[in-house]
Ligand binder design. Structure first.
Ligand SMILES: [Zn+2]
Length: 134
């Protein structure tokens, strides 16, 4: 798996891409990298990572069972980053707009989202997003 292309569509090997963040080697340096690694965690069913990268306030409202269900039901196909605002090393907030294609119970769908991220103690977290499932 670590030798394979990263599921996030970066055209890099998994080991040199999202795995560095998912494995806990180092935190994602920019909001986009966190977003990509969370997508990859969904493709892998890594619920622990998804929860750990959720901003604390928002995390309290999350039911892990829902994430497990989504991760199991959805077969992720690809990820496209559409736009970004802030979210670089010098920012503490960022926004990433993306479209994730997936198949759920045999049906092709696209998860379009404008996600908000914050950086606390040098780590990026997902706060919330404006989601459209098409
Ligand atoms: Zn990746």
């Amino acid at each position: 798996m670590t030798d394979d292309q990263c599921p996030c569509g970066s055209n890099r090997k998994f080991a040199q891409c999202c795995n560095r963040y998912i494995s806990g080697d180092k935190p994602a340096p920019i909001a986009e990298a966190l977003m990509r690694s969370r997508y990859t965690a969904y493709t892998l069913g890594n619920v622990d990572y998804i929860l750990a990268t959720w901003a604390e306030e928002a995390r309290k409202a999350i039911n892990p069972a829902d994430i497990i269900k989504r991760s199991k039901e959805n077969e992720y196909i690809n990820l496209k980053i559409i736009s970004k605002i802030g979210g670089t090393r010098k920012h503490t907030q960022g926004q990433v707009e993306f479209a994730a294609s997936f198949k759920s119970l045999g049906k092709h769908q696209t998860h379009h989202e404008i996600s908000n991220f914050i950086k606390q103690d040098e780590k990026w977290y997902y706060v919330d997003g404006e989601v459209n499932i098409i």
